[in-house]
Design a binder for this molecule. Structure first.
Ligand SMILES: [Fe+2]
Length: 452
C-alpha cells in the first residue's frame, strides 16, 4: 500500500501502521540519532514489505564506512530489490542508487538521486543522502549547487524545510558565501530545532570567518539537545575544540581533547578522523601529543584494511605515522598503492592523487627527509580537495604541508604558504603565530637561490 510522508512523498509499506515507523526512522537519520538503525530494524521485523526501509538500512550501513558493514548492506540491497514489484518508481531509483553506491560508483549514485529530486524535490531522504555523499566526494561545486537545485521548491511551510536550509548553508559556506549561508543556517536551526546539521553548518561559517568566541557561544545548547545523537555529536565536539585551537588556546584545546574527544575504545571513521586531525593541528603548533597517538592507532586499527573512503585513509596514515608505527604505515601505503592501480572508482582515483602522495610524504619524514616530504606534498596539493570532507577538515593537509616546509628550513617557501593560508583564513591564531615567528627570524633561507 502507498502512504504519504509529511511532505506528500509516497512510500510503499505492507501495512498502514508501518508509515509512522518508517517516517520516525527517517527522522532519526535526518537528526543523526543513534537509534536510527534500531528503528529501521524494528520496522522491518514487523513489516518486511517496506522497500524504503531496506534502502534506508543500506544507506545507514554504507554511511558507517566500515568494511565489516558492507556484506550486511548487500543483504539489505537484495531485500529491497526483491520488492521491486510493489515499489514506486522513485523507490526503485533509490534501490539503484544504493546499488551504485555499494559498488563504489558514488558519482553514479549522485546522478540517480538527481533524477529522483528532479521529479520529486521534496524527497528529503534523497536530498539528505545526496548532500552527505557530495560532501565526502570533495565536490564543493556539487554542494554549492544545492541552493539553486532545492530552494525554489521549498518554503518555510513545508515540513522539513529547516533540514534543507541547513544543507544549503553548508554548501554556501564551502563556497565562501558566508553571509547567505549563515542566514539560511540560522533559519534552519529556528525552523527545525532538532537539526544538528544546521547548528553544525553555522559553526563552519564562524570557524571560516575567525569568529571563535562567538562559535563557542553558538555551540552552547541544552543538555537535552545533544542526547541520543550518534557520531555527529563527536564531530560537533571537534568543532568546539577547533574554536579553542584556532584562538590559540592550546592548553585548553588539549585538555578538551583528553576530556571529550579522545577515543573510548574502537572508533568509527568520523571519530577517528576528528581525533587525528585535531592532534595533527596541535603537533604542528608545537604541542607534543605523545601516547595519545598510540591510543588512537589502537582505536582505529579495525579500519586500516578498509579501502572504502579516502577521507578515512588520509587520517589513518597520519595516525600510524605519528604513532611511529613504521610497519603499519608501510602496509597501509602498499595497500593504497594497489587500490589506486587496480580499482576503477572515484575513491581509487582519489587514493592515487591524495593518499599515495601523503603516504610517501609521511614515510619520507619518518626517515628524516623533511624536504622530500615537503616536495611530495607540494606536488599533490592542488588535488587535496579530492580527499573529501569540508574545508575545515581538509585543512589538515595544508597545515601539515606548512609544518613540513617550516621543519625543512625553507623559510621563503614557508612564508609564502603561510600567507596563502592566512589569505583564506585570516583569523587563524596558530598560523599568525608561525608567520610572526618566521618574520622575526633574520633573513630568508630558500632552496632556490636567485641569480645575482
Ligand atoms: Fe564539520
Amino acid at each position: 500500500m502507498l502512504v504519504r510522508d509529511p511532505r506528500g512523498v509516497a512510500w510503499t509499506t505492507g501495512v498502514e501502521t508501518s508509515a509512522a515507523k518508517l517516517f520516525a526512522a527517517m527522522h532519526s537519520y535526518f537528526t543523526f540519532r543513534v537509534d536510527a538503525m534500531d528503528r529501521v530494524d524494528c520496522l522491518l521485523r514487523e513489516d518486511p514489505e517496506v522497500p524504503a526501509g531496506w534502502v534506508l538500512r543500506g544507506y545507514l550501513l554504507l554511511f558507517s564506512r566500515a568494511g565489516s558493514d558492507m556484506p550486511v548492506a548487500a543483504e539489505s540491497l537484495a531485500r529491497a530489490e526483491a520488492l521491486s514489484q510493489i515499489a514506486t518508481p522513485a523507490e526503485r531509483l533509490h534501490v539503484s542508487a544504493l546499488k551504485a553506491w555499494l559498488n563504489s560508483d558514488a558519482l553514479g549514485a549522485q546522478r540517480i538521486w538527481d533524477a529522483i529530486l528532479t521529479c520529486m524535490p521534496h524527497d528529503l531522504l534523497a536530498l539528505r543522502v545526496q548532500h552527505f555523499n557530495a560532501l565526502m566526494l570533495g565536490r564543493p561545486d556539487y554542494l554549492r549547487s544545492l541552493a539553486g537545485r532545492s530552494l525554489a521548491d521549498w518554503d518555510d511551510a513545508i515540513p522539513g524545510a529547516g533540514f534543507v536550509y541547513g544543507m544549503v548553508c553548508m554548501g554556501l559556506e564551502e563556497a565562501g558565501e558566508y553571509a547567505r549561508a549563515e542566514a539560511l543556517g540560522r533559519r534552519g536551526a529556528d525552523l527545525e530545532p532538532d537539526d544538528l546539521w544546521s547548528v553544525h553548518s553555522v559553526a563552519h561559517v564562524m570557524e571560516a570567518q575567525g569568529r571563535f568566541s562567538e562559535g563557542l557561544d553558538w555551540m552552547k545548547r541544552p543538555v537535552s539537545f545533544w542526547k541520543g545523537r550518534g557520531p555527529m555529536r563527536h564531530h560537533l565536539l571537534w568543532h568546539e575544540a577547533l574554536f579553542l585551537y584556532e584562538a590559540g588556546r592550546f592548553d585548553r584545546a588539549l585538555d578538551y581533547y583528553d576530556r571529550r574527544l579522545a577515543p573510548q575504545g574502537a572508533s568509527g571513521y568520523l571519530e577517528m578522523s576528528d581525533c587525528a586531525s585535531f592532534l595533527v593541528r596541535l603537533e604542528a603548533a608545537g604541542v607534543v601529543c605523545g601516547g595519545r597517538w598510540d591510543d588512537l592507532a589502537e582505536a582505529g586499527r579495525h579500519l586500516v584494511d578498509d579501502r572504502i573512503l579516502t577521507f578515512n585513509d588520509v587520517h589513518m596514515l597520519f595516525v600510524l605515522a605519528m604513532a611511529g608505527d613504521g610497519a603499519g604505515l608501510r602496509r597501509l601505503s602498499t595497500s593504497l598503492a594497489g587500490h589506486a592501480m587496480a580499482t576503477r572508482s572515484f575513491d581509487a582515483e582519489a587514493a592515487g592523487r591524495i593518499s599515495v602522495p601523503l603516504a610517501e610524504a609521511l614515510t619520507a619524514r619518518m626517515a628524516g627527509d623533511v624536504t622530500g616530504a615537503t616536495d611530495r606534498l607540494l606536488a599533490a596539493r592542488f588535488a587535496f580537495p579530492h580527499m573529501g570532507g569540508s574545508n575545515a577538515q581538509r585543512d589538515v593537509l595544508d597545515i601539515y604541508l606548512i609544518d613540513c616546509a617550516i621543519a625543512s628550513g625553507d623559510t621563503a617557501l614557508s612564508r609564502r604558504l603561510l600567507h596563502e593560508y592566512l589569505d583564506l583564513r585570516p583569523g587563524s591564531v596558530p598560523m599568525q603565530t608561525r608567520l610572526s615567528e618566521l618574520e622575526a627570524a633574520s633573513g630568508d633561507r630558500c632552496r632556490v637561490q636567485p641569480v645575482p
